[in-house]
Ligand binder design. Sequence first.
Ligand SMILES: [Zn+2]
Length: 270
Amino acid sequence: MKELRTRALVLRTFDQAESDRLVHLYTESLGRVSAIAKGARRSRRRFPGTLEILNLLEVRLIEPPRTSLLRLEGARLERPFERLANELRRYAIACHFVEILDRFTGEHESNPELFRFAVGVLDVLADEEPDPLLALLIFVKTLAHLGYRPQLQTCSVCGRSLQAHSGSVAFVVRQGGAVCRACENEEGSRVPATLLRAIEEGIRTPLRERGRLGLSGPAVGRAQLLLDRFSHFHLGIQLKSAPFLRDILRQERVDSGPPREDTASAPGGS
Ligand SMILES: [Zn+2]
């Protein structure tokens, strides 16, 4: 029996049989794995407060002979990221992100860089304003980490640079991104060239510095729709958490009311 120790994020848990739990983990050294935590439901002392979604753990896994399912032997809590569950928008973005890790990554496909990115995302989410732009950038950066980076600066058919393009550019999901005028046919939707440049810059910009991208609310919404179509086509997966995330982010925009200065200067306001 082989024993492995690694850091891991808890993506999902399921009750299994009478007393066990099946846990989906994104690990630093093995990529995504499923592991069975024997007796986790019968005895709380066996895995005290560790097997909860969004927890960062240090785990001990056993690879039993003649079965592909790993056994979770021990787990130590490294970081709970409990703040993420206290605010609905944070929680919705985080749940959407872990669903991507759970469903877009291959089992046992090691990607330590993606693991470090994932921990960084939860770190940023824990203390930054959870706005729609943050959700968008987490999504597109994750796609890029998974090898599904939309082509935004060069034509996805002939490879010609689109830097000089002004006005609108065709975006053809099936081709993998932007398409120049010479290669364009009628099936693409037209997108402002500035929006494509902003998304490209967003992929390269640290999440905490996203303010300097200067992307407005409507532009963020437009980019999100484009990337949702792109990922659905190329990955063939409809994320269950996507409608929930969209609703939560939309609600917050409607409910947030006028900017603070307006409120303060309104008659009778203090
Ligand atoms: Zn072209």
